[in-house]
Design a protein around this ligand. Structure first.
Ligand code: HDE
Length: 700
């Protein structure tokens, strides 16, 4: 029988069994020891036969240290290898006890500890954050009835309908096997070959080509459970549910050209953002939303609710907000927590159950299997980040690295030993699967009700603003331009003809593809009259303030102290942060003689790292900066990426040097002189971008 309370999380310093520690060199510094607890006298030199002689085999400290280092790596996740996690809690704000018996949904105000890992899918562990990709949004909830893992993505649908296609899909998306590139991107022949031969992927591909795939921050993206799950109440009744995470700060993405440059400027852009937000007390927050529906709705819906390439529009089934997820603590150790956390879709608690979604069913096998391989054996559940926070007892024993070992004689049941030796027994409150009626012949067959592959792709596309539609078209053109085989490009356009004629024609034009290919053969005609859904657009779900965003201010020595303070205050008042960019990171003072802390040197802090920028050079500073190429890039990128730009009078010549003569400017380039202007500018920034500018800065 294993029995545990929550184990400690700081394993690097141990006291001996009797509590004794080694004599230290002084103060509170613990003595360095071997794994056996033997104090180390010299960690700088191997044991040698004479100072110039060979190393000696008997140097157990050296051998142990190198041996351990050699074994530091574990296999990276086969997908979602690059991820970043944080601790927090879920707090219930609206009871779901009428439809769900899970304790996490019972008591309003109750908090459940949570660990969340965000990830990209295709790239290796060391790849860049801002690649065009789906983002994983995996949540482990340590409920009092056991761990519940909601292993979702930031896109509500998936590429394939059956788990048996997952290895093919992932092989096609990742680096091509002969050359091992491209890294962390789908802009290559194999990916587009596979998806263009798999019409079911069309809907998700439209999402992946949208700005959803280049989120500005984990903090500004939605999460989705994707599959339809079941909630079960005390009476054993089932209600279908789709899970949503809605970011409190609204949705925001970057533009593609910006994404490309962010990856060079800061490949850790998303993890740094989360790290800075949490460590400065600006805790990211999402609301948990549920779409609840029954069989009657499922029967009346145009699509199969078990098909993971389909969503349920929020206009048909509104999202009920029932709780909030707050991330308030970074892990102490990345490997111990973020790397070793093992999400499994099979981890559910009483009150939550599966449906016959064939992707979900396949995932329930895959995750346990993959964790066993990745973490080296069946006892990965003993690792603190994976262990439940409620008591747990069973007769599973032994195996590599067993940490929770039963005491006493009984390791089987039934047994006749009295308690406590007799160990755990089944419980009346134990997990019971929903007694869904199952019948049918054994077949390898896709349900007919999964056959419509284009209608929701079309619905997604017509739900976007014109700016977003343009971005989707451009993303298709970008990716397909990297595809070397013309027939694959044409095949993809043949699917887009079912999604939207203008989209298909625009992509064909961008590719120089003429004449248009014939439309792909469609198993089902597109459902006529599907309404646009507001919830599917990023721009219609943006924030109403500049909160949580970052302003980059270019300063030079002697910067106007009052104007700088006014901008900082205005940004601070709405909950935005500020970074200073300057010709040097040290030695600067403002006009009042105060030392300035500068975060970035101009060539290391391009404008792509900021949501909006301000230029406050002195006259001498401006004379220097107008000759600086990275300063000119800073401005022309900010302008091309439709950002708001504030400037003082001295900055005029710097703007002009970057091609922004007064006539070339628009209302997004704002002259500021005092506190009122500064506050007004920050209010303007709530719009995040001046999208109308985009049409003027792109000719191709
Ligand atoms: Fe995953 N997926 N997946 N997936 N997935 C993994 O598990 C798999 C799918 C998702 O931060 C793997 O620990 C199959 C959909 C996330 O640690 C693996 C299928 C959704 C993460 C696996 C899918 C996801 C994973 C790889 C098709 C959104 C990262 C390493 C049937 C609802 C979790 C690992 C983390 C990770 C299998 C499809 C989300 C191999 C077989 C759909 C967020 O088990």
């Amino acid at each position: 029988m294993a029995k545990t309370s929550h184990p400690p999380m700081s394993p690097t310093t141990h006291t001996g069994a009797g509590g004794e520690t080694h004599q230290t060199a002084g103060g509170d510094t613990p003595a360095m020891t071997t794994q056996q607890g033997v104090a180390v006298s010299d960690d700088q030199n191997t044991l040698r036969a004479g100072a110039g002689g060979p190393a000696l085999m008997e140097d157990f400290h050296f051998r142990e240290k190198i041996f351990h280092f050699d074994h530091e790596r574990i296999p990276e996740r086969v997908v979602h290898a690059r991820g970043y996690g944080a601790h927090g809690y879920f707090e219930l704000t609206d009871s779901l006890s009428d439809v769900c018996k899970a304790d996490i949904f019972g008591n309003v105000g109750a908090r459940t500890p949570a660990f969340v890992r965000f990830s990209t899918v295709a790239g290796n562990k060391g790849s860049a954050d801002m690649v065009r990709d789906v983002r994983g949004f995996a949540v482990k909830l340590y409920t009092q009835q056991g761990n519940w893992d909601l292993v979702g993505n930031n896109i509500p649908v998936f590429f394939i309908q059956d788990a048996i296609k997952f290895p093919d899909f992932v092989h096609a998306a990742k680096q091509e096997p002969d050359r091992d590139f491209p890294q962390a991107q789908t802009a290559h022949d194999n990916f587009w070959d596979f998806v263009s031969l798999s019409p079911e992927a069309t809907h998700m591909v439209c999402w992946a080509m949208s700005d959803r795939a280049i989120p500005r921050s984990f903090r500004f993206m939605e999460g989705f459970g994707v599959h339809t799950f079941r909630l079960i109440n005390d009476e054993g009744q089932s209600t279908y549910v789709k899970f949503h995470w809605k970011p409190k700060l609204g949705l925001q993405s970057v533009v593609w050209n910006e994404a490309l440059k962010i990856n060079g400027a800061d490949p850790d852009f998303h993890r740094r953002d989360l790290w800075q937000a949490i460590n400065s007390g600006r805790f990211p927050e999402w609301e948990l939303g549920v779409q609840l529906f029954d069989d009657a709705f499922a029967d009346s819906f145009d699509f199969d609710i078990l098909d993971p390439t389909k969503l349920v529009p929020e206009e048909l089934v509104p999202v009920r907000r029932v709780g909030r997820l707050v991330l308030d603590r970074m892990p102490d150790n990345f490997f111990a927590e973020t790397e070793q956390v093992a999400f499994c879709t099979q981890n559910v608690v009483p009150g939550i159950d599966f449906t016959n979604d064939p992707l979900l069913q396949g995932r329930n096998f895959s995750y346990l299997d993959t964790q066993t391989k990745r973490l080296g054996g069946p006892n990965f559940t003993h690792i603190p980040i994976n262990a439940p926070r409620c008591p747990f007892h069973n007769f599973q024993q032994d195996g590599h690295m067993a940490m929770h070992n039963p005491k006493g004689r009984a390791n089987y049941e039934p047994n006749s030993w009295p308690q406590p030796t007799g160990g755990p027994r089944e419980s009346v409150n134990g997990y019971r699967s929903y007694p869904d009626m199952v019948s049918g012949q054994k077949v390898r067959q896709r349900s007919e009700s999964f056959a419509d592959h284009y209608s929701q792709a079309r619905q997604f596309f017509i739900s976007q603003t014109p700016v977003e539609q343009t971005h989707i078209r451009d993303a298709f053109v970008f990716e397909l331009s990297k595809v070397e085989t013309p027939a694959i490009r044409a095949r993809m356009v043949s699917h887009l003809l079912h999604v939207d004629q203008d989209l298909a024609k625009g992509v064909a034009k961008g590719l120089g593809l003429s004449p248009l290919p014939a439309p792909a053969q469609a198993a089902r005609p597109v459902v006529a009259g599907l309404e646009p859904s507001r919830a599917l657009s990023i721009l219609k779900n943006g924030p109403d303030s500049f909160a949580g965003r970052k302003l980059g201010i270019v300063v030079t020595n002697g910067v106007d102290a009052a104007l700088l303070a006014a901008l900082r205050d205005a940004a601070g008042d709405v909950g935005a942060t500020v970074e200073l960019i300057a010709p040097t990171v040290g030695g600067l003072k403002d006009s009042a003689g105060h030392d300035l802390t500068v975060q970035q040197k101009i060539n290391g802090g391009p404008s792509v790292l900021y949501d909006a920028v301000a230029l406050l050079p002195t006259v001498e500073g401006a004379n220097l900066l107008r000759h600086e190429a990275t300063m000119r890039d800073f401005i022309s990128d900010a302008f091309a990426h439709a950002k708001f730009i504030a400037h003082n009078d001295a900055a005029e010549i710097v703007l002009a040097a970057a091609g922004l003569h007064p006539k070339a400017r628009d209302k997004g380039v704002v002259a500021i002189h005092g506190a009122q202007d500064a506050a007004g500018f920050i209010q303007t920034c709530a719009a995040l971008r001046l999208w109308e500018r985009e049409g003027h800065v792109h000719a191709v």
